[in-house]
Design a protein around this ligand. Structure first.
Ligand SMILES: [Zn+2]
Ligand SMILES: [Zn+2]
Length: 418
């Protein structure tokens, strides 16, 4: 790499500075004072980049002037870039931004109970939020028994642009400037990759026009906790690959019929796979003594997506079912198969009230396998089993058309308009 081969070194360095400052804004999200200081600095650094570019353009020549004019026009037409510049003017005049922290509070079981927007201090603890919701009768204290999920999304907004979260504004502007700097490099010098100035933080990776590193951080703005015990619920879903090696291993380990090979073929329709899964899951349970919860999502492209689910309690299951609904929506999926190892009780009253079955006397263990489709049809099969001494598994009856947990698939059926 050549030494100092950057055609616009001051501009390029300002770009790296903006990147670093956006990280600092994000890292201080829950510290109001530090957030404000870094936000001001980031907004000014964005402006400094354009100043640096104006100063450096003269050294390049008239071609550059023309190029820069087109970018200037683009910048003027861009609503967000323009708005950010207006903010900078405010800061330069030593006034504080009119930023405030707001929260979107969502309370749900399988059904949505409440969505409320309110202005709250960014660092307000979860238990105070819950207390607020109960005292103001947004939710009923009984919800704690139901282990409802309270999801709080906190965000900083500026009052002149209240729709948009501030870090995502900065993130948007960064991509705009990155494109500009990249274009200047391509047209008048060496490409960004070959430039002697590199980003000491890390290489920039973008997703949907936003810095990935900052988008990842966005997750931290959202917390979900159970109204039952106020503890944070994080759910993990894991995309699993079906391939030849895994198929072979499964056949060997579980002694499953060779039809399993069909799992790896693209053509197996959901009904066929449903039957196959019922057979296979019994074999897996017998051998492993447990079956992990899983979902198969069918969209129109090839074989189904297989997703491993981690369900610890009722509250996490609420989140999982909403997450699956989101996946179905995003992928425009036509069908879904789920496998849950679960407790079932004949006490249907308790069942319908969605009470936890931990303490119910007549609870029985079962594998609950469901197929639901976008034509509104649902099939549920419960495979009841017992654990014997020595932890061997004996299967009891298999119930076709099983009664399943009330409303569990409601979030997904809603996506399909039912
Ligand atoms: Zn450069
Ligand atoms: Zn980054």
């Amino acid at each position: 790499m050549n030494k100092n081969n950057c055609i616009i070194p001051n501009t390029h360095k300002r770009l790296n500075e903006v990147h670093m400052l956006i990280h600092q804004v994000a890292n201080n999200y829950f510290n109001p004072e530090a957030f404000r200081v870094n936000l001001n600095a980031a907004i000014q650094a964005i402006r400094n980049l354009t100043f640096a570019l104006q100063a450096e353009k003269n050294s390049i020549g008239s071609e550059f002037d023309e190029w820069y004019l087109s970018w200037q026009n683009k910048m003027k037409k861009d609503k967000i870039m323009k708005w950010l510049n207006d903010l900078r003017v405010t800061i330069v005049h030593m006034k504080d931004l009119e930023s405030s922290s707001v929260a979107k509070v969502k309370v749900y079981t399988y059904e949505q109970v409440l969505v409320e927007h309110c202005a709250i201090p960014i660092d307000l603890p979860n238990n105070i939020i819950l207390q607020f919701l109960i005292e103001n009768q947004f939710i009923n204290p009984i919800s704690s028994k139901l282990e409802m999920i309270v999801e709080v999304e906190r965000k900083w907004v500026e009052n002149s642009f209240p729709e948009t979260e501030l870090v995502s504004v900065l993130n948007y502007c960064f991509k705009f400037l990155y494109d500009l700097v990249e274009d200047a490099h391509e047209k008048f010098g060496v490409s960004l990759n070959e430039c002697s100035i590199s980003d000491s933080l890390h290489e920039c990776e973008f997703i949907d026009g936003r810095l990935k590193c900052i988008e990842d951080f966005n997750e931290a703005r959202r917390t979900s906790f159970s109204a039952g015990d106020l503890s944070i619920r994080k759910v993990r879903t894991e995309s699993m690959q079906i391939n030849d090696t895994i198929t072979k291993k499964a056949i060997k380990r579980y002694g499953i019929k060779t039809e399993t090979k069909k799992m790896n073929e693209k053509v197996l329709p959901e009904d066929g796979l449903f039957q196959l899964i019922i057979e296979q899951s019994k074999a897996v349970l017998k051998k492993d003594k447990y079956h992990r919860s899983m979902a198969f999502i069918f969209d129109n492209a090839g074989s189904p997506q297989m997703i491993g689910l981690e369900i610890n309690d009722k509250s996490t299951k609420y989140i999982i079912m909403h997450k699956l609904a989101q996946l179905v929506r995003d992928n425009k999926s036509r069908a879904l198969i789920t496998i849950f190892e679960t407790w079932v009780s004949q006490d249907l009253v308790g069942y319908n009230k969605e009470e936890s079955l931990e303490n119910v006397e007549d609870k029985r263990e079962c594998l609950s396998i469901s197929l639901i489709k976008n034509d509104g049809s649902q099939k549920h099969v419960n495979i009841f089993f017992k654990r014997n001494l020595m932890n061997t598994i004996t299967f009891e009856e298999i119930t076709e058309n099983a009664v399943i947990e009330a409303n569990a698939f409601r979030p997904i059926m809603e996506v399909w308009g039912y």
